[in-house]
Ligand binder design. Structure first.
Ligand code: 8IG
Length: 287
């Protein structure tokens, strides 16, 4: 458009922008879910929460003495996950360390398009019910050839490539040491051989192209997945201390010469079950 014609245009009216932040609604719902959780299981509070991702569900029974369980969909704000191999239950247990733990088997992923508040609802519910420590687990692709399928890896940091955030408005929170070095050191008392890596969250649901995996590597990533980073951000906002553990269920696309199948992912989880059970049992003893 020419300068003259632009000059002829009416000045645009100044429209007041009213910021309606969905945060308070999401937090209200999480507070309700936290209260429902406590009354349902007749507990004063939870101390620690575990989110068990692909391949990790078998370890749910090893975290402590059962107090009770329900479907996640029985609590306010949750809906049933849809993916095979992703559970959808909440177990409450007493850990060997004497802590009350909430164990979420199943999560809502960003690619399910229920919105980012739905993705982090479990994290906020755990915080609302009093948790101070959150253990986030996932199944993911690995970039390091020496991490064979079935290798658990501590997340040392993340790169969020989803373009999304669970935060609303100008919430400038610090993410230094997001994956608590104190908790990683505790995990290393359970298994000193656990490697550490940087987790790169893609939106999904498609797996990466080999070029995207190479990009993730150049950016400093070691693991590629579709969860965890958004949850960890919400956890930090809620004041939770985060431990992140990835199970490498497959070599990332292009690292492995063969294409990826969801069935292999489930199989790697099944094969790794004893390792993961031992790891989580150990963690439940020290957290
Ligand atoms: I399991 O290779 C699992 N989840 N993005 N890439 C991404 N997510 C995953 C992968 C993978 N494996």
């Amino acid at each position: 458009m020419s300068a003259e014609r632009a000059g002829e245009e009416k000045p645009s009216p100044i429209v007041p922008i009213v910021l309606s932040l969905p945060t308070s609604d999401a937090l209200t719902l999480a507070a309700e879910a936290g209260a429902a959780l406590k009354s349902r299981f007749e507990i004063d509070q939870i101390d620690v929460a575990f989110v068990l991702g692909s391949g990790w569900s078998a370890a749910a029974e090893d975290l402590g003495e059962p107090i009770g369980q329900c479907l996640l969909s029985e609590l306010p704000g949750f809906s049933q996950p849809v993916v095979a191999g992703h559970g959808g239950a909440l177990r409450v247990v007493r850990t060997p360390a004497g802590k009350t733990a909430a164990v979420f088997t199943g999560r809502t992923h960003y690619y399910e398009e229920r919105g980012v508040d739905a993705v982090v609802h479990g994290v906020r519910t755990a915080a609302a019910a009093g948790a101070s420590v959150l253990v986030l687990t996932n199944g993911c692709g690995g970039l390091q050839l020496n991490w064979r399928p079935g290798t658990p890896v501590l997340i040392s940091d993340h790169i969020n490539l989803t373009g999304a955030s669970p935060l609303h408005g100008p919430t400038f929170i610090d993410l230094t040491d997001l994956y608590s070095s104190r908790l990683r050191a505790l995990a290393h008392t359970v298994d000193p051989t656990l490697p550490e890596g940087v987790y790169v969250q893609f939106r999904g649901p498609q797996y990466e192209t080999p070029a995207e995996v190479r990009m993730a590597g150049i950016l400093g990533g070691d693991l590629v997945g579709m969860s965890t980073a958004l949850e960890a951000i919400a956890a930090r906002e809620a004041g939770l201390e985060v431990l992140g553990i990835s199970l490498v269920t497959n070599l990332a696309a292009g690292i492995s010469p063969t294409p990826l199948h969801h069935s292999e992912v489930i199989e790697a989880g099944q094969q790794a079950a004893p390792t993961l059970r031992a790891l989580l049992t150990g963690l439940a003893g020290v957290l």
